[in-house]
Design a protein around this ligand. Sequence first.
Ligand code: BDP
Length: 334
Amino acid sequence: MKKTLTMLLALLMAACLFAVPASAAEITLQLSEVHADGYPTSLADLEFARLVKERTNGRIEIEVFTGGTLYGAEPDAIIALQNGSLGFTRVSASPVGNFVPAINAIQMPYLYKNKAHMWAVLNGEIGQGILSEIEKAPNSGLVGLAYYDAGSRSFYLTKEVHTVADLAGLKIRMQDNKMMLRMVELLGAIGVSGIGPNEVYSNIVTKVIDGAENNWPTYQNMGDYEAAKYYILDQHTRVPEILLASQAVMDSLSAEDQALIREIAVEVQAYEIEQWELKEKSSEEIVRAAGTTVIELTDEARAEFEEKMLPLYDEFGADYKDIIDQIKALGADF
Ligand code: BDP
């Protein structure tokens, strides 16, 4: 009797499993991320998806694709947003600058005194104004939802570098942004674009490039520190991450859902920053313990890096001069 009951129960459960569709979501959207699972932005993407699902009672499901499995090159993910074939992508602000030039105003070299200065700008009137420029820019097809942290970027090379002169002729992978490419040109090096962040390591190993530039977590997480063993702490930029949505996909949602998505993306910022701080510390520890040569620049050498990059302010920042001046002025409080 007991056996029959157990069998009946098992049959009932199996029937239930078949009756309920795998996903009860009415709307399923995709999110593309270049970083691996566990990286701060990947964790933030998952948190974003979790909260959207929870607060729509499962109506909207966001599938997160990490590791660049959907789009390995951030510009491709941005184009997919524009044509509405992708819902969301978490990218660096850098490639967004090619689509919406106003974004360059918040990622000029040596713009911020420190992290607190950057956050005051990004979460204040200036940063929020620039974020909304993403959707206002003619035919951008993009919506900027929120900024996340990505620390500061420094060069890493297969060769010891202490001064600008040491960079002469080196081939350095840069993000897909004209201003960033011009930056290395001004330093006397050769900028190489069109290489996704997941391809930097192999391009160093095969000597296509002599190095790249990035923050501690990407340098460590992508394994690049094992190929380019000199990390030059010049900290030339603070380029935030941005969670972008497709304008076409947002337009297909109700006003309430759009508002909810915007709200959740902003809410997740604090979580990402928390995860970022942990990862930044642990990545630096891993890199240093691995015997990487971390080169601190002398004040004089650092000043030269800054001076060489100055023309970028005229070449890429002229239209945003007022904003950039305001950002610099705010630095006095930090
Ligand atoms: C990392 C960003 C990632 C960029 C990558 C890059 O998190 O979004 O794609 O840099 O250099 O810091 O391309």
